[in-house]
Design a protein around this ligand. Sequence first.
Ligand code: GLA
Length: 387
Amino acid sequence: MVQKLIEKFKELYGGEGEIRRYFAPGRVNLIGEHTDYNGGHVFPCALTIGTYGIVRSRGDRKLRFYSVNFEKLGVIETSLDDLVPSKEAGWTNYPKGVMWAFEKRGMKLSHGLDVLIYGDIPNGSGLSSSASLEVLTGLILKETYGFDVSMVDIALIGQDSENNFNGCNCGIMDQFASAMGKKDNAIFLDTNTLKYEYAPVVLEDAKIVITNSKVKHSLVDSAYNDRRNECEQALKELQKEVDIQTLGDLTEEEFEAHKDAIGSEVCRKRAKHAVYENQRAIRAVEALKAGEIETFGELMNASHVSLRDDYEVSCEEIDILVDLAWKIPGVIGSRITGGGFGGCTVSIVKNDAVDTFIDSIGRAYQEKVGHEAEFYVVEIGDGGHVI
Ligand code: GLA
């Protein structure tokens, strides 16, 4: 596949000069949702699907981008002197945003690039195609210009570009998972301190199955930024009573004791989710380490209920998928994953129930919703790397 991309690259841009190749993965979050901008814990893992980049340095300041996923757009030409967001720039706002964020940190890009991109993450599925493109770009810049940045720096730079160039106020989880992923491990990350630990995901007789509702979400246009503001509001009100820096500092008991400090019912529900979900993520990792996979599954299910009822980031189609999954014997746990308002569910399914899971949910979903769902039985892969 990479060979084909290189051939396409040469066809578009000519065959001379050194061509380099890179990959950065998408991610699925197992538990700890909407906690990463609330100083809580997350537990994502990198996937083996992601975004590929084929790159060659240029002698001038031109940037030429081509995406195999958006063939109709052809080669998009711009320059290092035009690193400003624009509607017309479309998908190239992501790599341009990362370039802008490097330059902002004093890492000047001395020459332009020819770039070909190909991603095998379904767009808008909530599996972080944009974060993988950001991490990929960070890696390309680090390697091409020899910048002294770590993979954690690349994740932070990616988040900065997403927040301040592309207008989505996301947390650090997606970029961190794409940059720091490790094969067969999930990352237990404290988003408050960026301390992390790898936890092996050993599911002897089970698989991780992602189900794509094929309802596209758009984080920028969606209520994502509203959720963030509601949590900030709740935190401000709680801080009048308790000495905390983030919602992640509270236990469930402390939250219950002080929740009346939050004036609005909606903000109270949002904060409740953030506090309880953080504690669920901590407990889930303990359960996984202890080999208590059933407990892990129950915590995933509880996470879904909280995201559905208190955080209100699910939607009808996703609830249908999760309800169907919960009824199938051999399903250990199932929940919405990612930013929400569509996208995917993540389920842990016993090996011998995987076929039934796909067949029966596939059929019932089509009947109820009127379009197909897609299923991916996934492997946990490594973070961004040079190929
Ligand atoms: C999106 C954001 C992440 C995180 C999740 C919800 O994927 O990019 O930072 O907030 O939603 O957990």
